[in-house]
Structure formats: C-alpha cells, structure tokens
Design a protein around this ligand. Sequence first.
Ligand code: DHB
Ligand code: MG
Length: 228
Amino acid sequence: VQNKTWTAVDSYTQEHVHPTTSANHKVLLDALRNSRDKGLPDIATAPVVAKMYALQCKANKVKHALEFGTLGGYTSIWLATVNPELQVTSLEINERHKAVAQENLEHAGVADRVTIRLGAALDILPQLAKEIESGAKPKLGFVYIDADKQNNWNYMDRVITLCEPGALIYVDNIVRGGSILDAENPEPRTQGARQVVENAGEDKRIDSVVIQFVGEKGYDGMLMAVVK
Ligand code: DHB
Ligand code: MG
C-alpha cells in the first residue's frame, strides 16, 4: 500500500530534520544511486528508520553493531556516519551485494569501521561469537535483523547471548501491510515474522514490542527487543 500523504510527510519533515546540508546527505544518496545502477533491489531501509537506528546507537553509546543483510550498505552508512566511534559488522550472503556495498562504504569514508562478512549468517555467527567471547570484539549494543525472514527467530535466538544488557535488537518487515495476521499464509516471510513475534514474547532474556509505521515505503513495522 502506498499513500501520497505518508511520502509527502516524510519528504517535508526530512527536509527540516535532515536537510541537504547534513554531513552524510550526499554519500547516502550516492549509495542508493549506485546500488540502483548496479541492479540491486530497491528494498533498502527507509531513511527515517535508518536514521532512527543511528540515533539510538548514539543515545546508547554503542561500540559494536551487527546487521543481518548488508544489501548495498545503506543502513551501515547511516550507523557509521552518525557515530564516529561505532564499528559495524554486517553479514551478507550475496557476493554481488557485498561488492556494491563495499564500493558504497569506501565512497562514504566508513570502510575502515564497517566490516562485511560474506556467507550464511548461521555459519558466520559461531566465529563472531568466539571473537566477542575472547574480547577481540566488543559485545553488541545494537542488532538489526533484515535478511532472509524465515531465519528471523534463529538470528534473534543466537544473537542475544552476544549482546550487552540494554542492547537493542530490531527485526524489519514484521507487519508487511498486515499480512502478519494471516496464520495460513504459506509465504516464508509471513511465517518468519509470526514466529519471531510469538517466540520473542515467550523469551525471558528479552522484553519486546512491535511498532507499526507508515512512510515512503508503505505500511510495515518492526519488532524491537531490549536485552535484559
Ligand atoms: C523485502 C525485503 C526487505 O527487507 C524489505 O525491507 C522490503 C522488501 C523483500 O524481500 O521483498
Ligand atoms: Mg527490510
């Protein structure tokens, strides 16, 4: 569902709270343009949502953020440009996406603080866990799950132990125009959204909420969890 008012409100408010004079304005647009030119799907996180995540990292003074699903690196560029002290680990299974994202990170000047790891996230996580447990990397203060939706819960379940208390974990594309209500929907993306919401509610290690939103990307929403 698209709605002209939602998009217009995003445009108007962003002109004021994130004007074209903002330090990262150009590199973010360049990343989107380059990703489009190189044929990546147009499913990057909306600017207002990516900026909200960046500001939450800032508010919590996060040292290490983890992203599932790099795509063209758009969200990583937001996180890293707003937070000069932050290191980002981003997991991507698609070699082409990783190559385009790497170009975008270098162009944005954040390639030294954003590390893309290529492969299936469930294969990479044990190695990352070792690095965090040995102290080679800081515990996670922010996690963004935005990859293959059928693994939403697997990612959430495994990442909680790598987080510091108070860490935020977000899962994208939970509402999808209301399709989350359809228990019979065989679409793995719908089932992945339902599973992570239902399991999060049962999990004693986290406290969770689902937030619906509208904007230039239509009607969707995210699950937010705080690690206890
Ligand atoms: C799709 C995936 C996303 O992560 C998103 O935000 C929007 C769409 C998709 O696979 O269609
Ligand atoms: Mg998404």
